[in-house]
Design a protein around this ligand. Structure first.
Ligand SMILES: [Fe+2]
Ligand SMILES: [Fe+2]
Length: 134
């Protein structure tokens, strides 16, 4: 049930595309750990590992936006902030209920769907804007 980064998700900025690929790898690690019913500790680590990477990645995109005075910066950053909140809900759910299929379902709903949509619609516009600047 692995998710896959595909060419159509490219935004045209290699640093951002590479980080998106890494995000997909980390999401897969989490989904795999859940489906293999790994222990609470291992799954907790993959959740933290993914969460930290997401924050770093958003920071990188926001640094580009600020550096080049991207007009959509506040809106784009707002989406990132919303995502971090949803991710914290997932973490909280894990802390109260532990591992299980609910984590797979939440990861697909909160992380995978959001990310696919965000990359295609929001990061893609940033990529177009950055293309002639980097
Ligand atoms: Fe992104
Ligand atoms: Fe973004």
């Amino acid at each position: 049930m692995a998710i896959e980064w595909t060419e159509d998700l490219t935004v045209g900025v290699s640093k951002i595309d590479d980080q998106h690929k890494e995000l997909y790898r980390r999401i897969n690690q989490l989904l795999e750990a859940c489906s293999q019913s790994k222990g609470r500790e291992v799954i907790g680590e993959t959740i933290n590992f993914l969460g930290e990477y997401v924050v770093d990645h958003f920071g990188q995109e926001e640094a580009y936006m600020q550096k080049y005075n991207y007009p959509e910066y506040p809106k784009h950053k707002g989406y990132h902030t919303e995502f971090i909140k949803s991710f914290q809900d997932l973490k909280a759910r894990f802390e109260t209920d532990g591992p299980g299929t609910h984590i797979i379902i939440m990861t697909n709903r909160v992380v995978v769907n959001w990310l696919n949509n965000h990359i295609r619609n929001v990061d893609n516009l940033l990529g177009v804007f950055l293309k002639d600047k980097l």
